[in-house]
Design a protein around this ligand. Structure first.
Ligand code: GAP
Length: 445
């Protein structure tokens, strides 16, 4: 994992937030390449959910919501972790921290930091929502929360979307946006952070049909994840046991990836029943039921949710693409016998190609700039004339750039260039005028 984290920093994927001040705990910033990769993943998700389906609409709800939303949703009462404090050293732990010896609150319990015995308090529930104040007064009445999931913005807008889009049940609403959780045990780079982005879709169905839709969405989501180019053997399902289910769910399956730190979830499919809509109906005093035009029946829809983390999915893609390889032949002579390469699916790669004049003379830079200018109207491409060609290839291998375009002596004679494939290291000679077509074809999918 350390190697992946240091590559992410070196190549401009991910930086620690506020690094010059020593960083802010478990908050991260996306650099020039990271923002592109994450954007490509989000766009792919949006396309598959909203553009390619007739039965899902998009939404972008605000992060700040009426505080009663979180009472109705159960987050004020139930979105908590049990914590214990050490009265001696003042450190705080999750009650189930395996480093704690004994039973917290009892004389036998030993603090894992200072080693004192009998100083750990009994567990207390700690809410994971970030609180802030709205308006100029800092008093209880002005407390609002940063949303801990985007889903609630969808539920409170479900009738607005239904009516304005003239959809009929079954239909869904999709949203991508930030969520915030004051996690007690964050960590593993961008895996568990306090500020993160979710890609969530809530599918509203007639009660009694939810199991069928749940299975349908499980199938769709696994296909989508495999479409990111992630190796199938690194993916598996995990069904939640009774003690793992969130307060709103009656059934839940996670898609897990085998990270360098073990198998962990990055997306969940949840049967949320009518839990959220019924509670909003009660708390808001507004009817949220649906009149089925075919049968004239009224019902509160059930919800099947697909909930993916944009950052965690980005981490899956980054971890899965990372390879260290032995190199042979000309490339080994030029750039060394080992290379680190991000084998990102070309359509997800931040940079699609890099343009290299072999040397900075004999008309090569002029032609290379012309090609770069032409290509950048179609793709995100990079220009690099620094160092040996072998070194330049290696830098782009680490960045995950699928194609390297070199302008050499022959290019200025016949207007052809070489295109090096990041994965096979094979080179094709391509007419400069055909590059857009060539790359378009290679980047499809
Ligand atoms: N609306 C349902 C929901 O929020 P969740 O299982 O709590 O369900 C869904 O979260 C996804 O959001 C997770 O699978 C994960 O990818 C992402 N996620 C949750 N907490 C996160 C955190 N602290 N840091 C990064 N991603 C997180």
């Amino acid at each position: 994992m350390d190697k992946r984290v240091s590559l992410a920093k070196r190549r401009g994927y991910v930086f620690q937030s506020s690094e010059i001040y020593g960083g802010l705990g478990s908050v991260w910033d996306y650099g020039p390449l990271g923002v592109e990769l994450k954007k490509n993943i989000k766009e792919r998700w949006w396309r598959s959910m909203v553009h390619e389906r007739h039965d899902i609409e998009g939404l972008d709800a605000a992060i700040l919501m009426h505080p009663k939303v979180w009472e109705a949703s159960g987050h004020v009462a139930g979105f908590t972790d049990p914590l214990v404090d050490c009265k001696q050293c003042k450190n705080r732990f999750r009650a189930d921290d395996p480093k704690i010896k004994g039973t917290p609150g009892q004389p036998d319990a030993q603090c894992p930091v200072c080693g004192s015995k009998g100083t750990l308090t009994a567990p207390r529930q700690f809410n994971l929502m970030f609180k802030t104040f709205m308006g100029p007064v800092e008093e209880q009445a002005a407390v609002i929360y940063l949303r801990p999931e985007t889903a609630q913005g969808i539920y409170v807008n479900y009738l607005n979307v239904l009516q304005s889009s003239r959809q009929k049940i079954p239909f869904g609403i999709a949203q991508i946006g930030k969520a915030f959780r004051n996690e007690i045990t964050p960590g593993n780079f961008i895996f568990r952070t306090r500020e993160f982005e979710q890609m969530e879709m809530q599918f509203f169905v007639k009660p009694g049909t939810e199991t069928e839709w749940f299975e349908f969405w499980r199938g769709e989501r696994m296909k989508w994840v495999e479409g990111l180019g992630v190796r199938a053997e690194k993916l598996r399902w995990h069904q939640h046991g009774k003690d793992e289910l969130a307060h709103y769910a009656t059934d839940a399956y996670d898609i897990q990836y085998e990270f360098p730190f073990g198998w962990q979830e990055f997306e969940g499919i949840h049967n949320r029943t009518d839990f959220d809509l019924s509670n909003h109906q009660k708390h808001a005093g507004k009817k949220l039921d649906y009149l089925d035009p075919k049968t004239n029946e009224r019902f509160v829809p059930y919800v099947v949710e697909t909930s993916a983390g944009a950052d965690r999915t980005t981490l899956v893609v980054l971890c899965d693409a990372y390879r260290e390889e032995a190199v042979r032949g000309d490339e080994a002579a030029e750039g060394g016998e080992q290379r680190v390469v991000l084998k990102l699916k070309p359509s997800l790669a931040p940079l699609k190609a890099a343009v290299f004049p072999l040397v900075n003379k004999d008309g090569m830079p002029e032609l290379a700039h012309r090609i770069h200018d032409d290509l950048r109207r179609h793709f995100n491409v990079f220009y690099d004339d620094g160092g040996s060609i072998g070194r330049r290839y290696r830098r782009q291998d680490e960045a995950g750039t699928p194609f390297g375009i070199t302008i050499d002596g022959q290019s200025t004679q016949d207007q052809t260039v070489t295109v090096r494939d990041r994965d096979t290291l094979k080179q094709d000679r391509v007419a400069a005028g055909k590059l857009v077509e060539y790359l378009t074809q290679k980047l499809a999918g």
